[in-house]
Design a binder for this molecule. Sequence first.
Ligand code: ATP
Ligand code: MG
Length: 581
Amino acid sequence: MEYPKILKAPIGKHSVKPNLENYEKIRQEFSWDQVSKELDWFDSDHINIGHIAIDAHLKTERRDKKALIWESTKGQIEEFTFADLARLSNRFANVLSQELNIKKGDRVFFFLDRVPEIFIGILGTLKAGGIIGPLFSAFGPEAVKDRMADSRAKVLMTSSALKKKIAEILPELPDLERIVIVQRGKEMSDPEDLSYEEAMARASDSFETFRTSKEDYAIMHYTSGTTGKPKGAVHVHNAVIGHYATAKNVLDLHEEDIYWCTADPGWVTGTSYGMFGPWSNGITQVVYEGGFSAKRWYTFIERWKVTVWYTAPTAIRMLMKAGDELPGQFNLESLRYLCSVGEPLNPEAVIWGASVFGKPFHDNWWQTETGAIMIANYPIQDIKPGSMGRPFPGITPGILDDDFNELPPGIEGNLCVKPPWPSMFRTYWGKEEMYQSRFKNGWYITGDKAKKDKEGYFYFVSRADDVINTAGHLVGPFEVESILIEHPAVAEAGVIGKPDQIAMEVVKAFVSLKEGYEPSEDLQHDIQKFVMKRLSSAAAPREIEFIDSLPKTRSGKIMRRLLKAKELGLPLGDTSTLEED
Ligand code: ATP
Ligand code: MG
């Protein structure tokens, strides 16, 4: 499919006026200080994310507005107003400070499915001055141990079933003092643990939120582990300014919206934009407990009349794989704005959104380390499919050569960002030297390669380590992957450089096929020809291997390093974040 190079704004129907009305003007006038005045500070130095997200609304009409609507995998529904969440998180803050002796800066970790208690637990911990550390419930024992041991967490909130899964590693966590079990009607197996339900029943509704300073640590997220061992990026309470401003201007959240962020709280998107961003804006969120299923997702959007939807390329590709007819079986008219993050969003996926939902996905770029969206497509702007958009006002990214000289438009280089910004990470837990090494010559080095065009749109090229050097040509895997998935038979593709005596490296593609297609030599040739014609003969994969599915992190990112290690018969390195089928 040939796709348009530009989608002219306004795109699709706009039932509301976008919050960001004039990009150039806002960019010129923007100041973080000004934005921070919109939030409810204790005083000029003290702020608490838990307060900003929830309690600040109690003085307003939002008090009894729904903050969280939760649907379980079995279809059970639970709803919470801002006042409910304030009360419940107060209770949990009391449990932490009175029964568990949690003090400012102590780490409280969460190893739970996407149940309402994880939201209450996180808010309560922040209010009590603790540092939250959410983990994917799909993690195995080693992944949990690594993170809990590294962070020296004092309290773990989990369920009996999940505790059982990691039982073997618990004796290896000397700093872990207590486990809180969310029962949800189930038996507790170990009497030494604290029952969440029982402790909550004893706790008082009122709690005076800890007056954390804006630089006090609040959030710890381990990076996705796409390129190596995950690092514990630490964020401070001040980060909420970034969550707030970007949720408002990039996700374009409005008072009446029903917002759905599909990210798990174990991933930074699940907290920045599955909790703090939307709630600091007073928005109603819907949460689905279960994982991906095209049918269930469409049913969910239809049932709750979701208006703004924030998801990830891997999910979009899976929806594409499920077929273009499926969405037509549902009423998805409520959707007004779609966004994506986490991996490069293939142009094909942007256009697919526009054709099946009547509106394209708006790509945006950020990292665990940046804490909030840095580069984005906005409702008021043209979309150039394949571009992650333009810098968020208040953020200055640059494309630099290895000597930190800024490069002109069209030239690929290292994507860097001028520090500081409110949600910038403040350290890698226990790895201060590694943290410092990410800042040089007045820039934060993101580790991604990118380029920009004359209009200031940024294009992702690759992870710095992933660039393929084949016969003197530099090839970004994403560019090849994007063309590959335009082939009618291809569902997903991962591209690596395979060492070669003559060409230094050759392009090798791992490809999974759409329903109804079988691997064959003819198909392989056809795909190779397709890329050659669309891109270049240098970029066309010399080798294509058909596989059922690509290895991905829990946050849905294709792990090219794993494809490469397998290909070369090398050790697989850290695989604790790998998604299991
Ligand atoms: P690790 O740092 O442990 O290797 P990770 O970098 O995948 O893992 P995250 O912080 O979850 O961990 O992901 C951030 C990275 O994801 C970015 O640096 C970038 O490579 C990629 N990414 C995120 N959004 C986009 C996007 N819109 N387009 C292209 N790449 C993106
Ligand atoms: Mg990274």
